[in-house]
Design a protein around this ligand. Structure first.
Ligand code: ARG
Ligand code: ZN
Length: 879
């Protein structure tokens, strides 16, 4: 662990590597009490470096060094210095071979970085800086090498031995051991290295590429999961086809492998030719996975696959450029998901996440640009800003250039930089060069943190028929960044006439054939646009399809919101108008007297939505979801969570009572016919039906209760079963609650992915997830502190989703979280640092809450031997 204060690393201090490594030859001897790693590197001085004849510095972490040899000659203690985190060797020749032998203990590795064991198998996670936990190496993405990997292990316990590339040789050894040798022809940074050894079943399929090559597709899972691979395999094939069709990118190796691992810090990892997944992000069956899980798996399989080009063939120069691969790849996977399902629904889901969580990050103490200028621990920068805002930035380039120029730009980017480690600036440059557009001001999106605010005002000049729209932009201060410049913002809009018709947008008085939708480009602090030939005051539909990741301020009346809700031709803005109306109604009831009325127009609007089956049901399913507590908190100035919770619950119950018969009818109308399928239409039906059920149980409706109990017992899929479970758990029917929970556990106790869902239904429920019950879950025999999914499903769900309980005015929720963070800090700092997030937002809350939150953070700060991960987060949040 740490002994001194963690250092800050700056982008401005980037220097090209002094030495390059052309080839890496690895030999792993895997044993139960540890592993010996023999590494032989072909090293040469980097001709592009002006560092001169400096010693060679290799990174290391938790390694036991056994020997070092240079050009075959063993080195003595005087020839190198082992500082633990650095191995310094020198002077060295301009070109040489270096051999290093290290001993590591995967079986004791609870950080899940480097090589570790999960349910009896060996597996690895090297991004960002895990390779240094395996052997001494220049662990930075701009050192790219060809890898050859020999794995040796007991043949009975580890019949499957995998690494990147192609398997070129295998054979038996003494003592029941065997070996396999893998060669990856593509030079890669060490963060893309992977190793797996275990007793796994293999699922095979094939894919024929556009140019006619046959690719061997293989999934490796534990035997009990053999029947949960089909969906991921199908998703993989769809992704491969899509990337050929939409981006012209073909797969490049002969084998593509996917492995499922139960203990995994993140979702998945794009290791070259050998993607490793968190089991919960890849395994699915109708009986055990929800619609949401099916969709998530498809998206993550696609994401990791797409990295083969946006990440692996063209990689990052340094970790400040992380969004180069993540932002672009998230954009690509969101386009893919939109093409596979409903584009509007996908957009709504992405924007919901962005506005709820990324905006909160951008307004909090960890706010950072899409291309950060500094960090202490890079693991803390796998953030919503890098991923989601980064994807929005790429999306804006797409909007500004149009699909054809964007494709030209991406072709140029891949062609120009294939095999290189590059920067976000190189990406933008390729887009500029291909399109001829000037994106110099646009680059501020990568440099300035914070969510821009657009304040919109309008006036209508009836005499001259001119509608004038004024848009002012400002970018708020963020830690370390003040007085920001205006950014280049694509602002899509339309204007609606009184009967809901789209008006032509004439920017010049006499222009003909004007379009009814325009993407205006904002570049100055203030713009005024004049629309001519407007015969009545229009209703503006602003920021259509959420054309930029900004906040829009405009004083919509409730009448205008209702109007847009039913007339806006932009599906996203229709949904958004409904959200805005619901937010407005809920906000007006926060802290209001119990009997304050709920706007009858909201009820009428929802009645219309539920009853009109001619509407797009997928959109209706989304529109019926009230804005989440987390979003309401994000919008609040000084949040009083229990008050927000009460106001939201009050509106929900009011709607449920007023619309009771419509809800029952909606439930019955959407009862499934035919076999379960994960299609947009069926997903919408299940969502509508289960929303109706959840609302009915909020008002103790007996008919709803019976429907829920029947659905719980009889459903043939997890979406319906767990929705019924959740509805009952969140109801006042206490006896039913404990009965269905017991029943559910008994049925699924052998399936970790389902047990995780069972934990999280309880931990996120204000009925079943108060602190004493949370403590009981932590004591449950299925709970495991070493498994990140379990920690997330109890501790994470409590602090992130059970907001009224977490923000208990007595501060007990905060103390609880602080305790768990301290406990996890020693075993898994990455997970500990992520769990702290809700506390770091303490400034957002009303004083009586924020004081207690701050005290809890300070308690974490004072823990001895705090990891660098948690250190960075708590210190920044207190600064
Ligand atoms: N590159 C992976 C992905 O987005 C995530 C790796 C995360 N690793 C980490 N240490 N946070 O697909
Ligand atoms: Zn990624």
């Amino acid at each position: 662990m740490r002994t001194s204060q963690p250092q800050t690393i700056y982008l401005s201090e980037y220097r090209v590597p002094a030495y390059l490594v052309d080839t890496v030859d690895l030999r792993f001897e895997l044993f139960e009490n540890g592993a010996r790693v023999h590494s032989t590197l072909e090293v040469r001085r980097n001709p592009e470096s002006d560092a001169g004849e400096v010693p060679l510095e290799l990174d290391g972490d938790s390694l036991i060094l056994e020997s070092v040899a240079l050009n075959g000659a063993p080195l003595g203690d005087a020839d190198f210095e082992n500082r633990g985190d650095k191995l310094i060797i020198g002077p060295v020749p301009a070109k040489f071979e270096l051999s290093v032998v290290t001993w590591i203990e995967p079986q004791n590795n609870t950080r899940l970085e480097g090589l570790y064991k999960s349910s009896g198998m060996f597996c690895s996670q090297c991004e960002a800086e895990g390779f240094r936990c395996i052997t001494f190496f220049p662990d930075r993405p701009d050192v790219m090498s060809r890898f050859r990997t020999r794995i040796e292990a007991d043949k009975g316990a580890y019949p499957i031995l995998l690494s990147n590339g192609n398997d070129v040789d295998r054979g038996d050894l003494d003592d029941g051991r065997h070996y396999v040798i893998w060669e990856d022809p593509f030079p890669k940074p060490c963060y893309l290295f992977a190793l797996v050894a275990g007793d796994l079943v293999e699922k095979r399929d094939t894919f024929k590429t556009g140019s006619g090559r046959d690719i061997d597709l293989r999934m490796y899972v534990e035997p009990r999961n053999a029947e949960k691979c089909d969906h991921a395999m199908d998703s993989l094939k769809r992704s491969m086809r899509w990337d050929e069709e939409v981006y012209g990118r073909e797969y490049d190796l002969d084998i593509f492998m996917i492995v499922a691992v139960d203990d995994f810090n993140m979702g998945a990892m794009e290791n070259k030719g050998l993607n490793i997944f968190n089991s919960s992000c890849v395994l699915a069956s109708q009986e055990t996975a929800t619609d949401l899980a099916f969709q998530r798996i498809e998206a993550i399989v696609a994401h990791e696959y797409f990295h083969n080009w946006s990440g692996n063939r063209v990689t990052c120069r340094d970790w400040f450029q992380l969004s180069l691969k993540e932002g672009f790849t998230v954009f690509r996977d969101s386009q893919f998901s939109a093409d596979m399902g409903s584009p509007t629904v996908k957009r709504i889901e992405d924007v919901t996440l962005l506005r709820t969580a990324q905006f909160a990050e951008d307004g909090g103490p960890m706010a950072h640009p899409v291309r950060p200028a500094s960090y202490m621990e890079i693991s803390n920068f796998y953030t919503l800003t890098i991923y989601e805002k980064g994807a929005e930035v790429v999306r804006m380039i797409y909007t500004l250039l149009g699909p054809d120029m964007f494709r030209k730009g991406s072709d140029l980017y891949f062609e120009r930089h294939d095999g290189q480690a590059v920067t976000t600036d190189d990406f933008v440059k390729a887009m500029e060069d291909a399109s001829g557009r000037d994106l110099s001001q646009f680059r501020l999106w990568y440099e300035q943190a914070g969510t821009p605010v657009l304040s919109v005002s309008d006036e209508y000049d009836s005499e001259r028929g001119i509608y004038r729209l004024t848009v002012e932009q400002s970018v708020p201060d963020t830690p370390g960044q003040k007085a920001k410049k205006p950014q280049h913002i694509p602002f899509a809009l339309g204007l609606l006439g009184a009967r809901g018709e789209s008006l032509p947008l004439r920017l010049e008085p006499e222009s003909q054939d004007a379009p009814t939708e325009r993407v205006l480009e904002l570049t100055d602090t203030c713009h005024t646009f004049e629309f001519h030939g407007i015969n009545e005051r229009p209703v503006p539909s602003l920021l259509r399809d959420f054309s930029a990741p900004v906040r829009v301020r405009y004083s919509w009346t409730r009448e205008q919101m209702l109007f847009l809700m039913s007339h806006d031709p932009d599906g996203f803005n229709r949904w958004d108008a409904g959200q805005r109306l619901a937010v407005d109604v809920i906000q007006s009831l926060v802290g209001a007297p119990k009997d304050a009325p709920v706007d009858a127009r909201l009820v009428a609007a929802y009645r219309q939505l539920i009853s009109d089956s001619s509407l797009d049901q997928a959109l209706v399913a989304k529109m019926l979801q009230l804005p989440s507590e987390a979003y309401l908190i994000e919008l609040a100035e000084s949040a009083d969570v229990p008050a927000i919770h009460k106001a939201r619950e009050r509106v929900l119950k009011h709607l449920a009572i007023a619309l009771r018969s419509e809800l029952v009818a909606c439930y019955r109308r959407n009862l499934e016919e035919g076999a379960y399928q994960v299609t947009p239409d069926q997903i919408a039906r299940r969502s509508l039906r289960n929303t109706a059920l959840a609302w009915l149980l909020q008002i103790n409706d007996e008919e709803g209760r019976e429907l829920a109990l029947r659905q719980f017992k009889e459903s043939d899929n997890m979406t319906d079963r767990i929705s019924a479970l959740r509805a009952l758990v969140n109801s006042d029917y206490e006896a039913d609650r404990s009965e269905v929970l017991t029943d559910f556990y008994a049925r699924f106790q052998d399936d970790p992915q389902v047990v995780e869902q069972w934990f999280s239904v309880q931990a996120s429920s204000d009925r079943a997830g108060q602190l004493p019950e949370i403590h009981a879950l932590l004591e449950h025999k299925a709970f495991d502190w070493k498994n990140p999914n379990k920690v997330r499903s109890v501790v994470g769900a409590f602090a992130g989703q059970n907001l009224a309980a977490f923000h208990n005015p007595d501060g007990s929720g905060y103390d609880f979280l602080a305790d768990q963070v301290c406990r996890l800090d020693d075993s898994n700092p990455q997970i500990a640092a992520r769990l702290v997030t809700p506390l770091t937002r303490w400034r957002k809350f009303a004083p009586s809450y924020s004081n207690r939150m701050k005290a809890a953070i300070e308690r974490i700060r004072d823990k001895p031997d705090l990891s660098r991960d948690v250190y960075e987060v708590v210190h920044k949040s207190l600064a």
